[in-house]
Design a protein around this ligand. Structure first.
Ligand code: NDP
Length: 351
């Protein structure tokens, strides 16, 4: 079977595609430009040889246009969709133009196209913990977030917010909500089931090879680890704003499991390994036996070792449903951040 993956050049999508290909699926990846298409094919080049053509790309320049994916969903063999494409930026000029419209309209347009194609059986959307967390509740000690929770933010609040990360969270919530509303409204007409995957902060190594030499081009996730290992945050360990985390390889696995497990249809999943803080990451990096002692000596901030970990003062995140239904197992925070740091250190060494 062939899976259509939108935003194929992204940090998360690169791992989803690698997992799909190694699990035996074929992939059609959509991207916005020819240069992204070339990067995707290069990143998965062992599956892109003449005798082994398992991945191809398609350019969808503007995902917000109605019918944008009409051709993509009709490609012979495509029976499922993983929609990851959505702006992941926390600093923007215009909340509507830069976040809300592409997130919400992009989601609607892939579903509208899918609804016109009876060959589509499953749609999995990359949502976020951003669509679960209630930002107005702050740290919410004692509370346990799970799939039943919804970020209560409205489109009006999102439009006028001066905070980019608030508007980003709203874009994810409103896009996911639009997806569930769409399948509810069309349940007698569509041939596919919907599953949404809600990861909190995603860490772990990039699967985009090679890693961009210009490290400022890294996505938000890798950039946060880079800012720690490169010395950009030498003075202090920044406080954490979102306390849940998950490894990118586990996020990819969850998307693939969502295609495979019958019980995943019609469900949303909080995909998380638990809680973290930057102080905990810094401590793990400085104590890791896999990183030579002198490498981060002058760059890694130290903060106050052992302090400021997620404790009684902050909400918890639950992963029972993901374990029970999808069979998820999770990487440890140490594996995740050390793997990412080693990759970043290797790039720095070759500059
Ligand atoms: P990346 O920035 O690496 O990838 C985002 C992808 O979406 C890219 O392919 C990008 O294409 C595409 N995209 C962005 N804006 C648009 C747009 N306006 N029109 C079409 N495509 C667009 O980020 P991630 O891989 O981390 O994010 C992937 C998904 O995971 C997103 O839906 C994000 O919200 C979600 N997520 C990420 C988390 C994280 O911590 N990383 C946490 C929870 C959810 P282009 O390169 O052309 O801009």
């Amino acid at each position: 079977s062939t899976i259509l993956v939108t935003g194929a050049n992204g940090f998360v999508a690169a791992h989803i595609i690698a997992d799909l290909l190694s699990s035996g699926y074929n992939v059609v990846g959509t991207v916005r430009s020819q240069s992204s298409a070339e990067k995707v094919l290069a990143a998965h080049k062992s599956y892109n040889r003449e005798d082994r053509l398992r991945i191809s790309t398609l350019i969808v320049a503007d995902i917000t246009i109605p019918g944008a994916f009409d051709n993509a969903v009709k490609i012979p063999g495509v029976d499922s969709i993983i929609h990851t494409a959505s702006p992941f930026k926390l600093v923007v000029e215009d909340n509507e133009r830069d976040l809300l419209i592409p997130a919400i309209q992009g989601t609607k347009s892939i579903l509208e196209s899918a609804a016109k194609s009876p060959q589509i059986k499953k749609v999995v959307i990359t949502s976020s913990f951003a669509s679960i967390v209630d930002l107005s509740q702050g740290l919410r000690p004692g509370y346990v977030y799970n799939e039943k929770d919804w970020n209560p933010v409205t489109i009006e609040e999102a439009k006028k917010s001066v905070s980019g990360s608030y508007a980003y969270c709203a874009s994810k919530k409103l896009a996911e909500q639009a997806a569930w509303d769409f399948v509810k409204g069309k349940k007698d007409e569509i041939s596919f089931s919907l599953t949404t995957i809600c990861p909190p902060k995603i860490f772990g190594p990039a699967n985009t090879s090679p890693l961009p030499k210009e490290l400022s081009l890294l996505g938000v996730s890798m950039k946060e680890i880079y800012d720690l290992v490169s010395g950009a945050n030498k003075q202090a360990v920044p406080p954490t704003r979102f306390w849940g985390w998950v490894d990118v390889r586990d996020v990819a696995r969850a998307h693939v499991r969502a295609l495979e497990v019958a019980g995943a249809a019609g469900q949303r999943f909080l995909i998380t390994a638990g809680r973290y803080s930057y102080q905990e990451i810094v401590d793990l990096l400085s104590n890791s036996e896999r990183i030579p002692k002198d490498v981060l000596e002058n760059t890694l901030p130290r903060g106050t070792p052992g302090k400021g970990y997620a404790g009684d003062f902050v909400y918890e995140v639950e992963n029972e449903k993901s374990k029970n239904v999808l069979g998820m197992k999770y990487h440890s925070l140490e594996e995740s951040v050390v793997d990412a740091a080693l990759q970043l250190i290797a790039v720095e060494d070759h500059r």
